[in-house]
Design a protein around this ligand. Structure first.
Ligand code: PGD
Length: 780
């Protein structure tokens, strides 16, 4: 059966669907798209407002296109990527050329010449997920260099297993929202718990529950402390005490809290003795025996900007009650990002609370909509990707280093590795010109490979920097199953509209390429997309039947539109089991205990990640050379009006812009000192680049801090220039492209130093959403 046999849905019916930011129903009437949030969701996300634009915005890619330089001169490094013309190709020719180029690169360079790391969130949907489809295809084609970890949590994912246990055990299931609401007396939230982040749950979310739990906890009397430069990283309703810390200095504050606990005998020696290793080495550093500097409150105050008496008072309040130390992902997306995560664990250990209900340490609680929810009792439908015959990888945020420095050595988590010599980059479902730091450097990196192929639904800056651009469908144009770890609802994602122009599903694109490369049968296994949905649904159905609960067959599930899955009881995971019995239920760390100091990490000999948590002054921080020229701290955080760069042209995102430019928040006194008024177009700059944005004056920032969210589409005024001005407001032209440390090599995009000035003169037009001019291959 072909996919074309599927009946086109009736236009007047509401159909179930799903997105990373919520389940919803969709109806198409007279060409207009109506979206209604799922009734089960008490706090639906405003991001749903971006969805209607996805269907036919001019930024959609209509048909395959090829870069003129690549078409005329063939594969090879080329600095014109990003500024060249594009030429239209018919699908058969586009696929012939992609298949031939893949064949050439595999024959000449093998799988180590192909980068399929292709990081990105893509869209909700268990079958059409672009990463799964690409990896299945490349595995069958011969393999590829992959990427490991994420931009979200590059440092956290590597440090946590050394110290307490895998991220999934410490972020997802040691302290639940329900426990926080019922039990926590004090929540010490480093980086806060911004509700905007809770809007999004990778894969889908049927209920946004954080706001109500936080309010309920406050009503019961829980005390919240927000450590962070942005006051709205907690909702006003929890009445958090705001400690407006200098960005990037949380470890100094944590150390001073720890120092006060020791100084006043408030630390839990029995817990440190019975459940931890490495206390002596760390304590020697803390009190200054090892380096002559006690990490006391006065020392920390000078670094982090929180007064010493506020620090000692806070430390005393944390002791002797059920205290939960939380650490947001944003904190570790910065230089030495491993340290706040590790030191958060140590602080919680010193308070003796690790493993207790509603206490101890929770990583990234509130970072997405689905953390802190009960785990599912059945497996989710999953598309098999097969096996990659090669093991080569890079830590995901080292993409530019890899392309610029083939053959050079780098360190990662105790390993000495070498960057591969990549000839072909294939990206589907991600936007590196959104997510990577120092975009001018990334442009130089993208000039290096022979060929760059991008599959996306829209003309992102990544598509503009490709040689071959293939138009992919959006979820409303295809059928899928929506589901996510931690959320109990399986959604039958019905197709609401036909494909835009010549867009095709990623699966169909790869099936076509697989046919040309001789492995169509292995790729599709002879199934249509609908048959794949039935296939991947079956293990979930079987598991439900084995549990003796409602287990509808696929047809019934599809007609019902949704299925609520059973969850497991909350047991606090490995950390609580360890607290109950540290001998029988050892932690999966080298010592089986919480590692306050790590012999393994010390053995790596990394100066930028020593064997116990430490304050390491950042290169791009206060007091640095850069700070003298660029005195403002830029917080480049997750946006509140879209997911990353997705649907930046949607209504919710556009409504937040100022004359079409991304809003930058700045304190009134910092603005006045620069002659900036609300609504002015301003230029943000440092030595790496510059961008325009619209000024919003706000007192919700620490003085000296400005905030420009990520996700405005990169829009260079002159795409051929070395360091063009981004006229739209993408902060990644300013951020620094350096790993968190040699341990994790994570992304450090959250913070950087900049200066701002009022932009004088005629503001350049925004072209980010205008597609490149169509050129016909025939007339090329
Ligand atoms: P998205 O905008 O979600 O960003 O980076 P990521 O690359 O995930 O990109 C997804 C792309 O996939 C979009 O272009 C979308 O159109 C495309 N897409 C969606 N569905 C499909 C599909 O079905 N098929 C195909 N082919 N394409 C599809 C996010 C990354 O950015 C993340 S996770 C984080 S946490 C980082 N955060 C920061 C930060 O805090 N600060 C800075 N400065 N930089 C960051 N970058 C990181």
């Amino acid at each position: 059966m072909s996919d074309m046999d599927q009946p086109h849905p009736s236009a007047s019916r509401f159909l179930p669907h799903s997105s990373h930011w919520g389940a919803f129903s969709v109806r198409v009437r007279d060409g207009a798209i109506e979206i209604v949030p799922h009734p089960r969701d008490a706090a639906p996300s405003a991001l749903l407002g971006n969805i209607p634009a996805a269907v036919s915005h001019r930024a959609r890619i209509a048909r395959p296109m090829v870069r003129r330089g690549w078409l005329e001169r063939g594969p090879g490094p080329d600095r014109r990527r990003g500024s060249d013309e594009f030429v239209l190709l018919a699908w058969p020719e586009a696929q012939d050329r992609v298949a031939a180029e893949l064949g050439r690169v595999y024959a000449a360079h093998g799988p180590r010449g192909v980068f399929g790391g292709s990081y990105g969130w893509a869209s909700a949907g268990r079958f059409h997920d672009a990463q799964h489809q690409l990896h299945r295809f490349l595995n069958l084609a011969g393999g590829y260099v992959r990427s490991v970890n994420s931009y979200s949590s590059g440092a956290g994912a590597v440090i946590l297993p050394h110290v307490i246990g895998p991220q999934s055990s410490v972020a997802g299931n040691n302290v639940s929202w329900a426990e926080l609401t019922e039990t926590s007396a004090l929540v010490l939230a480093f980086g806060g718990m911004a509700l905007k982040n809770n809007d999004v749950g990778g894969g889908g979310t049927s209920q946004h529950i954080a706001r109500d739990h936080l309010i309920e906890a406050r009503r019961r009397g829980a005390e919240f402390h927000l450590i962070g430069p942005l006051r709205d990283d907690f909702p006003a309703s929890v009445e958090a005490v705001w400690h407006p810390i200098l960005p990037g200095t949380d470890v100094a504050l944590m150390l001073a809290l720890a120092h006060t606990l020791v100084d006043e005998g408030l630390h839990d020696e029995a817990f440190l003795e019975g459940f931890c290793v490495g206390w002596e080495a760390f304590a020697a550093y803390l009190v200054g025996h090892s380096d002559g500097q006690p990490k006391d409150a006065a020392w920390a105050a000078a670094i982090c900007g929180i007064p010493a008496d506020e620090i000692t008072t806070l430390a005393r309040r944390c002791a002797g009650r059920r205290t939960l130390v939380t650490c947001s992902m944003s904190l570790q997306r910065a230089e030495h990002g491993e340290q706040p995560v590790w030191m958060g664990v140590v602080l919680a250990a010193m308070l003796g609370q690790i493993g207790l209900k509603g206490g101890g340490f929770a990583y990234a609680l509130g970072a997405t909509s689905n953390t802190g929810k009960p785990p599912l009792a059945v497996p989710l439908p999953t598309m098999p990707v097969g096996r990659n015959p090669i093991a080569d990888f890079i830590p995901v945020a080292r993409i530019a280093d890899m392309l610029l420095h083939p053959g050079e050595a780098f360190d990662y988590d105790g390993q000495h590795l070498t960057y591969p010599d990549i000839r072909l980059v294939y990206w589907a479902g991600g936007n590196p010109f959104h997510h990577h730091q120092d975009l001018n450097r990334l442009r130089r990196a993208f000039a290096r490979p022979d060929t760059v192929i991008v599959q996306d639904s829209a003309w992102t800056a990544s598509a503009r920097h490709a040689d071959i651009v293939l138009p992919a469908t959006v979820t409303l144009e295809r059928e899928d199953i929506g589901a996510a770890d931690g959320d109990p609802m399986l959604v039958a994602m019905h197709r609401a509209v036909g494909p835009y122009e010549e867009a095709r599903d990623d699966h169909a694109i790869f099936a076509g390429l697989a046919g040309r490369l001789g492995f169509a049968e292995a790729f599709t296994e002879g199934r249509s997309a609908r048959e794949w949905l039935e296939q991947i649904y079956e293990p979930t159905r079987r598991a439900l039947a084995e549990k003796g609960v409602n287990a509808p067959d696929f047809k019934e599930f599809w007609e019902d539109g949704e299925l609520v899955l059973p969850t497991r009881g909350w047991d606090g995971g490995i950390v609580r089991a360890f607290r109950r019995d540290p001998i029988a239920a050892k932690l999966p760390t080298p010592s089986g205990r919480v590692e306050i100091a790590s012999a393994t990490i010390a053995g790596f000999g990394y100066a930028d990640c020593p064997g116990h948590p430490a304050w390491l002054a950042p290169v791009d921080g206060a007091g640095s050379d850069a700070a003298r020229r660029f005195p403002l701290f830029l917080v480049a955080n997750q946006p509140a009006t879209r997911l990353h760069s997705q649907l930046d042209f949607g209504a919710t995102s556009l409504n937040s812009k100022i004359e079409g430019r991304e809003p930058v928040r700045i304190r009134p006194e910092d603005a006045a000192a620069r002659g900036i008024k609300a609504g002015d177009i301003v230029r943000l700059y440092n030595e790496r680049g510059s961008c325009l944005a619209g000024a919003v004056l706000s007192e919700a920032l620490r003085p000296g801090v400005v905030q420009l969210s990520t996700g405005a589409w990169y829009d260079p005024d002159d795409p051929a220039a070395e360091k063009p001005l981004c006229v739209h407001g993408n902060p990644n032209v300013l951020t620094r492209d350096a790993g968190t440390s040699r341990l994790a090599q994570g992304c450090t995009g959250q913070l950087t130093l900049i200066e701002i000035e009022r932009f004088v003169g005629a503001a350049p037009p925004i072209k980010a959403f205008d597609p490149p001019r169509d050129k016909d291959a025939g007339s090329a």
